[in-house]
Ligand binder design. Structure first.
Ligand code: MLT
Length: 239
């Protein structure tokens, strides 16, 4: 009997999610600038867990009930009114975040997390945990969906480039007959592995640069600073 390889597909926007089967797949949530980078950094730096929530009101209400928690997030890239902190990985060094619960709401990343209902596992991907994530996906041997959070349902370069970097590592081990995966890997090759330079010409880089967040983006584009694989356990993201 021929051993079939698991399948890997790329969903380029939450608006396309209904076209894919997430049931029994490992679904990777990708929001390079910046939600999934912030989640990976905060957890690797010792956060107890991250609770992704849909709205600012929910974030504030939950924060009032959980001891040692921080309410954080953004709308349109800026700290949302009423929250204590933003969506910047640099806001969560060990000295600050260790042992705390981070309650996070963002424009696109946390939204996609809530849209995926029936996956066998939901894990968090970013350049910060690229190699660890690839090793995890290989070890599972299950079908994979790489889900790009994009920007308000519109295609974005940073999440697609990251999907391409994952595919570049995994291609021999998965069956890939998916044109969005092919496009992602073409982008990866075009970047020459210089993610930050490539992403400087992207809409969200320009949007966040207007708020002087270039250092954040340089951080988010650095591979393997945080070799952990966060996953959703009930309502909490943990490692
Ligand atoms: C998002 O979820 O849309 C983002 O992470 C936006 C950002 O803070 O850059």
């Amino acid at each position: 009997m021929v051993n079939e390889k698991p399948k890997l597909e790329v969903c380029l926007s939450p608006a396309l999610l209904h076209l894919y089967h997430t049931r029994d797949t490992v679904t990777v949530i990708i929001d390079v600038f910046r939600a999934t980078s912030t989640i990976v950094a905060a957890l690797d730096n010792g956060a107890k867990c991250v609770i992704p929530v849909a709205s600012v009101a929910e974030c504030i209400a939950l924060g009032a009930t959980i001891p040692n928690s921080i309410t954080a997030g953004e709308r349109d890239g800026k700290i949302a009114e009423g929250l204590q902190h933003g969506n910047s990985p640099s806001e969560y060094p060990t000295a600050f975040i260790k042992g705390k619960t981070l309650i996070l709401t963002t424009t696109n990343g946390t939204r996609l997390l809530h849209m995926v209902k029936d996956a066998s596992a939901i894990v968090i991907g970013s350049f910060l945990n690229l190699d660890a994530l690839c090793a995890y996906l290989l070890s599972k041997g299950k079908n994979v969906l790489l889900g790009c959070a994009s920007w308000k349902d519109k295609f974005n370069l940073e999440d697609t480039l990251f999907a391409g970097a994952v595919i570049h590592q995994l291609s021999g081990s998965f069956e890939m007959n998916c044109d969005s995966a092919r496009a992602a890997v073409h982008l990866y090759h075009q970047s020459g592995g210089n993610y930050l330079e490539f992403l400087k010409d992207s809409s969200h880089y320009k949007r966040l640069s207007a708020y002087n967040l270039q250092e954040d983006m340089a951080y988010c584009a650095t591979p393997n600073l945080h070799p952990v694989v966060p996953y959703l356990r009930g309502t909490e993201i943990v490692i």
